[in-house]
Structure formats: structure tokens, C-alpha cells
Design a protein around this ligand. Structure first.
Ligand code: HEM
Length: 196
């Protein structure tokens, strides 16, 4: 195997860098559970490694990293329904976004795959609930646990929607936060953004 194949960057890695610059303006950072994140003016969503914070990044600068991955919990039928209803990121009219980093409990990670699926869908109806909000809400899930570095969150969830769909997004969050799945969430921060 050529050496470059051993050192090639992971194309599924994304960095969320908060600081003085970036395509998204941070409108609010709301602590939901556990420690919050420092305030910052703007956020950049970078494909790949963001590199260390520079001089111009401002005092509050922080970077979170995660990788997109294969699905863990969806059935074939759910996957089909999601594919039929969802739209991708980057829609012109979707000028609002939310970055919600989440850390789940050690007890959650101690469950088997089957037990986690039971909490996630049979008990909490996560996919079932979420499907009602498509295609208005576009989403991308990033996993953080299997990176080479210890990360403060397990997931970085990213959503894009039109300003008029923000009330629906808030209802979706309220529904999910009442579920048994959320009893396993021990850290959550709700960051709202506007493009431009
Ligand atoms: C817009 C509607 C939504 C849909 C259709 C949806 C759908 C899904 C699906 C299908 C998965 C499982 C992927 C897999 O099989 O591994 C998932 C995972 C997840 N979603 Fe959602 N979701 C939605 C909204 C949300 C919201 C608002 C949050 C709150 C921040 C959220 C947080 C998560 C988290 C943290 C996971 C990872 C769970 C785990 O692996 O333990 N989702 N979502």
C-alpha cells in the first residue's frame, strides 16, 4: 500500500470552528444540559481538519469535530421513508441553522446495539417523530466518539431550515427532549445561526 493511502485525510470529517469569521453568524448559544460553550460571533463549517485557532479568531474561539458515518438504528423501511422525504443541506432559502452538540451517558454506551435501538425507536420514536418535519428541516449527523482525539461531545447535529420553519424546529426539539432517549443525554448546547 502506498504511504499516501495510510495518511490520506478522512473525507467524512467536518470541523465546526467558532470565532471571528465564518459563513454563519451565531445568534444564540443556549445551554440545555451540562456545561455550555463560550460565546463567539461566527461559525465556519469546514470540510476536513480546521487547524488550530489563529490570532484573528478571537478569545472565545473553539472547534468541534465529527465524522459522518453509516446508520446504526434505521430499518430498511425507515431508510426508504427518509430518503423519499428528506432534502439536502445548502438550500438557498434555508438561511437558518442549528448546531446542537450532544453527549450521552456512560449507561447509554454500556447498552447493546439492540437495547439502544429499542430506546431510540421503539420507546422514543425518534425517526417516526423526525419524519413529520421533513423536508422542512435538513440535517446531518456527525459522530465524535471514534476520532483519534478525545472530544467533548458524542454527536454534532446540524440542521438547516427557512426562518419560518424555526417554530416547527422548536416543536420537534420539545418532542424529542421528552423521550426516554433524552434521559441519556447528559450534555447538550443549542446554537442557532443565520447565514451571511
Ligand atoms: C429533522 C428531523 C429528524 C430526523 C428525520 C431524524 C432522524 C434520525 C435518524 C434516522 C437517526 C439515526 C441514524 C442511525 O441509524 O444511526 C438519528 C440520530 C440522531 N439524531 Fe435525529 N432526526 C431528526 C431530528 C433530530 C433533532 C432535532 C435532534 C436534536 C438535536 C436529533 C438528534 C439526533 C442524535 C443525537 C442522533 C444520534 C443518536 C445515537 O446514535 O445515539 N435528531 N436521527
Amino acid at each position: 500500500m502506498p504511504e499516501s493511502a495510510l495518511t490520506a485525510p478522512n473525507p467524512r470529517l467536518f470541523s465546526f470552528r467558532a470565532g471571528a469569521e465564518g459563513a454563519w453568524r451565531i445568534r444564540a448559544i443556549t445551554p440545555v444540559r451540562g456545561d455550555t460553550l463560550p460565546p463567539a460571533d461566527r461559525l465556519d463549517l469546514i470540510s476536513g481538519e480546521a487547524g488550530p485557532a489563529g490570532e484573528g479568531d478571537g478569545l472565545g474561539a473553539w472547534t468541534l469535530r465529527g465524522v459522518t458515518s453509516n446508520e446504526r438504528y434505521v430499518t430498511n423501511d425507515e431508510k426508504r421513508k427518509l430518503a423519499a422525504a428528506q432534502e439536502g443541506l445548502g438550500r438557498e432559502a434555508a438561511t437558518c441553522a442549528a448546531l446542537i452538540p450532544i453527549k450521552k451517558s456512560a449507561a447509554w454506551w454500556g447498552l447493546t446495539q439492540e437495547q439502544r435501538r429499542a430506546v431510540f425507536e421503539e420507546q422514543s420514536r425518534h425517526t417516526h417523530i423526525g419524519l413529520h418535519y421533513l423536508p422542512a428541516i435538513a440535517r446531518r449527523l456527525h459522530h465524535c466518539r471514534d476520532l483519534a482525539t478525545a472530544e467533548p461531545f458524542d454527536f454534532l447535529t446540524w440542521f438547516e431550515f427557512r426562518p419560518e420553519d424555526e417554530p416547527a424546529f422548536d416543536r420537534l426539539l420539545a418532542e424529542l427532549r421528552k423521550t426516554p432517549e433524552w434521559a441519556h443525554v447528559e450534555r447538550e448546547t443549542d446554537i442557532r445561526l443565520i447565514r451571511g
